[in-house]
Structure formats: C-alpha cells, structure tokens
Design a protein around this ligand. Structure first.
Ligand code: ZN
Length: 336
C-alpha cells in the first residue's frame, strides 16, 4: 500500500545541460551525449531507489523537453516554420505541414537502458495527444482532433514498444486538459484511448496546472481561488480505460473533494510542491496524503510529486524525493 513515484522530469546535471531552465541546451553531443544521458538517468534511478521510491523513472534525462523531446524525430513537422500560438500564454511553436510519421523508436534505447539498470518498477512518460496539439500549429489536418488522433497513433506505437521493453507504467502528460475542458470530453479522452489501445501495462495520465515558471504563475492567478476546472471532465476521465490519474495536491488550489469524482481510478497524489525550493518535511508529505484519503481509499493512492521537477536545482529535487519517500513511509507505518 502507498507506493511512491515521481510525476516526470527531474533536473539534469549541470555537466549535461544548462541548469534550472525548461528548455536547456545540451552541453555534450554525439556518443558523449548519449553516455552523459545514461549516467544522469542512472544517478536518478539510484537516488530514487535509495529514497524508497517504488516506481522509478529516468527523470526524462534523454530528452530536452517533455513534449518536443518526443516530436524532435517525428516526420511531418516543419521546425523552421514557427507559428505564434496563444493558449495560456503566447509561444512560438513548430508547424505540422504533412502527415506525421514516426520513422524510428524515440525513447526505446533510453527505456532499455533503464530497464537493465533497476529491479524496481519502471515508469516512462510520453506527452498526451491533446498537449502535443497545444504546443504545435496545424497546417495540414482538417481539425485539431484529427491531428490529435494522428499523434495518438504514433504514441501508441511508441508505448507498445516501451511496454515490450519491460516498462511497467506508461504515463501520458496532459497539462492541456484543464485549459480545454470541453475538448477533453469531446475528443481528449478518445485520443488517450487511441494512445493506450492494446496496452497491458499500467497507464496513467498526468494533469496539472503547470510548472512553477513565471508565465504559469501569472496564468494561475487568473483562475480564481479554487480551481474547480477538473469537475467538468473528471466524470469522463473516471469512465475512461486509463488506470491512474496524477495531479497536484500539495499547496494546491484544487479542492481535494474533486478526487471523489475519480472513484474508479488509482490516484497519484502530488504531495511535493514543485513551485518552491522549500523542502517538505516527511510530516507535511504525510499530511497531504492523509488529506487525500478523505476522498480516496488508501489502496488507490500512490504518493507522487505535484509535477515534473526539471526547473529546480538538483539538490532541491534530491531532497524533495527523499522527503516523499520518508513521508509515505511514515504514513504507511501509521496505517499498518
Ligand atoms: Zn505537471
């Protein structure tokens, strides 16, 4: 009971990439880059194991960014044709100009390496189809849902490959879900279903209000005191075939009562705030998990971080992972 995991990204070592930014440039290249990514992933796996994390992750050391890391090798995208799109805030994004195609495995080599280096359960993250469509412009498909389905097919092929390599949990990151609540119900869940079609491993969706970067903080201030956006699509998500839902519960404006709408899902309860350098105490972590238990049976709870920790320093992220492991252990003891 009360397994532990991390939501996704972890900081890259300063010798591998520029620290504490979301789109870091690599400091190595060619074979040396791959070797560096492997060493970084290994260091994080070891740290998670030592901290008592049950379902470990590569911390996305093999990719530059959680969405574009997947898109980089996909055909049909013009990276020179940058379009400005205003969703939560204006961003310059590449443009889809032809049918998308996945010519080769994207994360297979990284997953294979991680699988060979840990006996723990292994989780790999992929961007969700809706979030991909949120970070790329469409100049080819008839509609955004059509484009999402095309990407969902590519994600499905990638996910099947990761599963075959021994990955235990495949998580799709869908931070765009709370910006397009109607679309989630209309086609977002369908796109996710297409991405997980035929998978037998655990599947998860991570939804969130974004990293602690300034543009996100500004956007969050426009949302009001209580963030109830999830109420609009949680019933549809609860009816879906996704096994787990990951969301932020530490220092969050999301009322925990909304978890009551996901009674058939396992919940990855975010008990680590990624928007502050302050390290949670194990007691604080346990308190957040305990608060979630008012709405979720303990058997369905996995202790997790609110979101990825890529923009934090390595030291802070290490300490937060430790606190997560200790906090979950504390509560497990209390419940046993
Ligand atoms: Zn997140």
């Amino acid at each position: 009971m009360l397994e532990t995991t991390v939501a996704g990204s972890l900081p890259k070592p300063t010798w591998l990439a520029e620290p504490e930014i979301l789109w870091p440039g690599w400091r190595l290249d060619g074979d040396t880059l791959v070797e560096g990514q492997q060493d970084a992933a290994l260091a994080w796996i070891k740290h998670q194991e030592d901290a008592g994390i049950d379902i470990v992750s590569d911390g996305e050391q093999f990719r530059k960014h959680f969405v574009h890391g997947f898109l980089e090798t996909i055909e049909g995208i013009d990276w020179q044709l940058m379009t400005t799109m205003g969703i939560r805030y204006d961003a310059r994004v590449p443009t889809v100009t032809a049918a998308v195609r996945r010519p080769a495995s994207v994360h297979g080599a990284g997953a294979k390496f991680c699988r060979a280096n840990t006996d723990r359960k292994l989780k790999f993250t992929l961007p969700g189809p809706m979030t991909i469509c949120d970070t790329i412009a469409n100049a080819h498909y008839d509609s955004r849902p059509d484009m999402a389905m095309a990407f969902a097919d590519l994600l499905n092929a990638e996910a099947k490959e990761l599963e075959a390599l021994g990955v235990d949990v495949i998580q799709f990151d869908e931070p765009a879900f709370n910006a397009f609540m109607g679309d989630v119900v209309e086609w977002g869940v369908d796109a996710l279903h297409r991405a997980i079609d035929g998978l037998h491993c655990k599947t998860a969706v991570h939804i969130c209000y974004g990293y602690g970067i300034q543009q996100n903080i500004d956007w969050k201030q426009s949302l009001g005191e209580e963030w109830r956006q999830y109420e609009e699509f949680f019933p549809a998500l609860n009816d879906s075939r996704i096994d787990q839902v990951s969301l932020e519960c530490a220092n969050s404006n999301v009322p925990l009562s909304v978890l009551g709408l996901l009674k058939d899902k396992e919940i990855l309860v975010g008990a680590i705030d990624v928007a502050t350098d302050v390290i949670e105490s194990p007691e604080q972590v346990a308190a957040t998990l305990r608060a979630a238990m008012e709405f979720v049976d303990p058997e369905r709870i996995v202790a997790c971080t609110n979101c990825g920790m890529a923009p934090l320093s390595r030291e802070v992220a290490e300490a937060k992972i430790k606190a997560l492991g200790q906090g979950a252990a504390l509560l497990r003891k209390e419940l046993s």
